[in-house]
Design a protein around this ligand. Structure first.
Ligand code: TYM
Length: 343
């Protein structure tokens, strides 16, 4: 039975959206609408693996859904919804908790980073986080997952879970009429110049929702002046820009700003350096600030309008959840049969 080429991705409503989320994920979601069946989720169940104030969770959920649409996702074409409205995510993730091994989870670098010294005191949900992520993707038998570089390891684990499920239940899968495997192989789609956007203050640190310094992160809702100010005050080295990408080697901050420019302009890093090679930061930073404002400000404006229209947002999310459920329910019916649950 051929699998539908389907793309799934998600973003956690656990903080204000930033340029890394936009360039590493959302901006790349948009063109996939032309070539794939696309499902984009606001993963609220993942967000609560660490404490979230309920009011903030709700606000960020709307904000991400609004960012999807304001960035060019069309809710008629893409399925846009929040995870908790489709309970099958929780059900499949429980089954995957029983397929995945403790050792697999314990090796996840994101878990180790987040738990730090404190691993006895973090939630059980944080430990099982990648299992829920595998459920998100495989519930729709998705074969492509556009994400930033930091999610690669989670997607390897998704493949491991699919493989073990296919293997452990091979007899039942066969008797349901499937030749080889029930869950497909998923590819991470980590492409383009900005798969890892770094902090504006420290080129060795990833830009993140939880950075303590406001100046290191450009937020999607920042106004034009704030965006310009942050870019102009970004840490750089004293050298001018090189004429080709090789010249950025060992220059983390310079490399980050050029990559951001390239991603915002839909150009390659080499192409950007052909234009700016030899120029100083006094030339490049204002050009980058203008470009960032011209791309981000209209999106922020549209996001504000959308989050102000709750009935419309609720309608979009409910409709997305209905369409997601239409795919998820028959898959879960089969999974229950495969596992041996009596219905
Ligand atoms: P989250 O919410 O941390 O990030 C959402 C997306 O943004 C990307 N990203 C970045 N890309 C480039 N540079 C950065 N500095 C940067 N920071 C974040 C992330 O790689 C991600 O693509 N576990 C996921 C959410 C998730 C998911 C899924 C993703 C849950 N289920 C199923 C794909 C498929 C996460 O925490 O994303």
């Amino acid at each position: 039975m051929p699998f539908t080429p389907r793309v799934f991705s998600g973003i956690k409503p656990s903080g204000d959206l930033h340029l890394g989320n936009y360039l590493g994920a959302i901006r790349r979601f948009v063109p996939l609408q032309d070539t794939h069946e696309t499902i984009y989720c606001v993963v609220d169940m993942h967000a609560i693996t660490v404490w979230q104030e309920p009011e903030d969770l709700r606000r960020w959920t709307y904000e991400i859904a609004a960012a999807y649409i304001a960035s060019g996702l069309n809710p008629e074409r893409s399925i846009i919804f929040n995870q908790s409205q489709v309970v099958e995510h929780a059900e499949l993730s429980w089954i995957f908790n029983c397929v995945a091994r403790m050792g697999w989870m314990a090796r996840m670098t994101q878990f180790k980073d987040k738990a730090g010294e404190n691993s006895e005191h973090v939630s059980l949900g944080l430990f099982a986080y990648p299992s829920l992520m595998a459920a998100d993707i495989l519930l729709y038998k998705s074969t492509g997952v556009p994400v930033g570089d930091d999610q690669k390891q989670h997607l390897e684990l998704t493949r491991d879970i699919a493989k073990k499920f296919n293997h452990d239940f091979r007899k039942q899968i066969k008797s349901l009429g499937f030749d080889e495997e029930y869950f497909p192989h998923t590819e991470s789609m980590v492409t383009g110049p900005a798969t890892r956007v770094m902090s504006l203050k420290d080129g060795k640190k990833k830009m993140s929702k939880s950075d303590a310094s406001d100046m290191s992160t450009i937020y999607m809702m920042d106004d034009a002046d704030t965006i310009s100010k942050k870019i102009k005050r970004a840490t750089t080295d004293p050298e001018p820009l090189p004429s080709e990408a090789a010249g950025l080697e060992g220059r983390a901050e310079a490399s980050n700003l050029v990559s951001i420019y390239a991603a915002l302009a839909d150009r390659s890093v080499d192409d950007v350096l052909r234009e700016f090679g030899g120029a100083g930061w006094g030339t490049f930073k204002p050009a980058l600030a203008d470009l960032a404002v011209s791309v981000l400000s209209p999106i922020a404006g549209e996001m504000r309008r959308l989050v102000g229209d709750k009935p419309e947002m609720d309608r979009i999310l409910r409709n997305g959840a209905d369409r997601a459920r239409a795919i998820a329910v028959p898959v879960m019916d089969e999974v229950r049969q495969i596992v041996g649950f009596v219905r």
